[in-house]
Design a protein around this ligand. Structure first.
Ligand code: ADP
Length: 595
């Protein structure tokens, strides 16, 4: 049975795991796709932004050069002063120069005597600037030069404006910018993400822009300084031709002196001026970021798995608890059924015993009535006769108590609440038991703060309570003792106290006396007879009245039982006590039979 259940649980678990894995795989695929798209579009955005900044920079410089060249034309004498001033005021310039039609320097800022009268071809190893003087001469239009080498580690780019007089190009005015400085000012200052690399490659294969300054000016054909995978090199060659690139590539990266191959997403676009391709700009996102995103997905998967496993463990735990609870409930139901059987048996037996007992007591009563004189005459006979009667009453009390307990257990609401004068009921009972108290040499004093008090009670119940408390008080008080019965009231309750100066109850027992079958002294030497159910019944009856019971007791000094019955009436008339004297006498005879 157990094995079979285990089998079915494990197949459910397997199906759930397969389902979970399938879902996770789908989630993985979907997220991967989304991440890749996000990375590509992020790279594209960065690239577009950088390109726009560069274009703006060049446009703005071009305008400035044109304006300045016009001012220069009218102030030929002050050329040197004018150019130096401009150079000092704007930090973006690498240099500003005024060339004649042959490409000889007329003035260059910052001033260096080696430039004076020298041709540009003799200053730079690179002939780019000279080439562009020829182009500008022909087109008579401003131009942005190609990227050229300023020196071994520096690349530059110039903006050249023709100086035209009478429709003829007489010279050139231009400014040169260091690409490293452009990178710093225009591109990298805008990129917050440290891991994103932006670099540029000129059309002659030189690294124009790069966060890593060491690489600027290096050629992609120079294997020693520019190590990269074949795949990257292919892309860089395409970049130098102005092709658009947008895909993942393998890169060789130098991490702590070790060449590590990693994947990067790269997007690249050409930057043009007057439709003439100048250089390509590229953005790559290191694989580390993507790796992190993948790790996040795997982490997500792991967490889901852990939650799933936890759910299985907790589920199994609860399922087991549930089973155990069910089994417990079953055995409890069985116990209750058995208990009911037992109670029913007691109840039936009590009924069976009560009938012959009543017949016997009626017989005794009849003998006492009819042969009263004879009985009174024969002292020996009278003694035996009364003993028989007293023990018959004791048996009846026992049987009655069992029946009462069974009825309370069954929870049947059998009480009959009527408006009666509770003071009178208690006074009548107290007076009727004075005889028993006197027999033991005990004074029973009844006192009340209220002359008459009508409240709703079950008369039989209250009688039973008072009789039980009084019989206990008499039982556990030695001769010459005193018992006080007192009645008082407050707005909420009628308060009835039965107080004795008898043996009292030890402190550690006082909390248990209202439990069934509890007797403080259950030894054979105990001073009084009883079964230990009286107070349990008393408590139940008081609680049925929505009242409460308290006990104050001190061993050797006495006990006080205080009951509180709600100070309330029910709808209906006030009735006189239904009991006739003989009925009370009988009830007392039964209740006090064990004294
Ligand atoms: P019982 O039939 O044994 O008297 P009860 O339930 O009426 O059963 O009382 C339980 C026990 O509480 C008694 O056996 C006795 O030990 C203790 N008890 C009750 N009333 C008093 C009292 N007035 N003084 C001292 N002990 C008492």
């Amino acid at each position: 049975m157990r094995l079979k259940r285990l089998g079915s649980i494990s197949s459910v678990v397997i199906v759930l795991i397969i389902l979970l894995l399938t879902l996770s795989y789908a989630n993985f695929k979907y997220s991967k796709n989304n991440i890749e798209k996000a990375v590509q579009s992020q790279n594209n955005n960065v690239l577009d932004e950088a390109t726009i900044h560069l274009q703006n920079f060049l446009d703005e410089r071009m305008k400035r050069m044109t304006i300045l060249s016009n001012i220069l034309k009218e102030n030929k004498e002050g050329i040197g002063y004018f150019i130096e001033n401009e150079y000092r005021e704007d930090k973006k310039y690498y240099s500003i120069a005024y060339l004649n039609i042959n490409g000889d320097y007329i003035y260059r800022a910052p001033y260096n005597e080696k430039y004076a009268g020298t041709n540009v071809l003799n200053i730079y190893n690179d002939d780019t600037i000279y080439k562009f003087t020829q182009i500008v001469k022909q087109t008579k239009k401003p131009a942005v030069t190609d990227i050229f080498k300023i020196d071994e580690n520096k690349l530059g780019l110039s903006i050249m404006v023709p100086v035209i007089e009478n429709g003829e190009v007489k010279g050139f005015f231009g400014s040169t910018y260091d690409t490293e400085q452009i990178g710093k000012d225009i591109i990298y200052s805008k990129v917050k993400d440290r891991d994103t690399i932006i670099f540029g490659i000129s059309k002659n294969g030189l690294i124009t822009f790069c966060q890593d300054k060491q690489k600027i000016g290096k050629s992609i054909y120079d294997n020693d300084t520019f190590q990269c995978s074949k795949n990257s090199l292919d892309n860089y060659l395409k970049m130098s031709k102005g092709e658009i690139i947008n895909h993942e590539q393998k890169c060789l990266t130098n991490i702590k002196g070790k060449q590590v191959e990693e994947k990067r997403y790269m997007v690249s676009k050409p930057v043009k001026f007057n439709d003439d391709f100048k250089f390509s700009l590229a953005v790559t996102t290191p694989s580390a970021n993507i790796k992190m995103m993948y790790e996040f997905i795997v982490f997500q998967l792991l967490i889901t798995l852990i939650i799933f496993l936890l759910a299985i463990v907790i589920g199994t735990f609860y399922a087991r608890n549930y089973r155990e609870k069910k089994e417990l409930e079953k055995s409890l139901a069985q116990t209750e059924a058995y208990d009911k059987l037992k109670t029913d048996f007691f109840c039936n037996m009590s009924h069976e015993l009560r009938t012959p007992l009543t017949i016997m007591l009626n017989g005794l009563h009849f003998i006492l009535m009819k042969y009263q004189e004879e009985v009174e005459r024969d002292v020996e006979f009278k003694k035996i006769f009364l003993k028989i009667r007293q023990n018959a009453f004791r048996l009846l009390k026992l049987v009655n108590n069992f029946l009462e307990i069974s009825r309370l257990d069954a929870g049947v609401e059998f009480r009959n609440f009527r408006n009666v004068d509770i003071v009178k009921i208690i006074e009548d009972i107290s007076m009727s038991v004075v005889f028993y108290a006197k027999q033991k040499g005990i004074d029973l004093i009844f006192d009340t703060q209220v002359e008459e008090k009508v409240i709703a009670v079950d008369e039989d119940g209250i009688e039973k309570v008072i009789m039980n408390l009084l019989s206990n008080a008499i039982k556990f008080t030695s001769s010459e003792g005193e018992i006080y019965v007192n009645i008082d009231e407050n707005p909420e309750y009628v308060v009835i106290s039965v107080k004795d100066n008898g043996i009292g109850i030890p402190e550690d027992k006082v909390n248990f006396i209202f439990q069934r079958f509890t007797q403080v002294d259950s030894s054979l030497r105990r001073i009084a007879e009883g079964t230990g159910i009286g107070l349990a019944i008393v408590k139940s009856i008081v609680e049925m009245h929505n009242g409460k019971i308290e006990v104050k007791s001190k061993e050797g000094e006495g006990s006080e039982f205080i009951i509180y019955i709600p100070n309330k009436t029910v709808e209906g008339e006030t009735v006189a006590s239904k009991k006739i004297d003989q009925e009370i006498v009988n009830a007392i005879n039964i209740e006090f039979s064990d004294i």
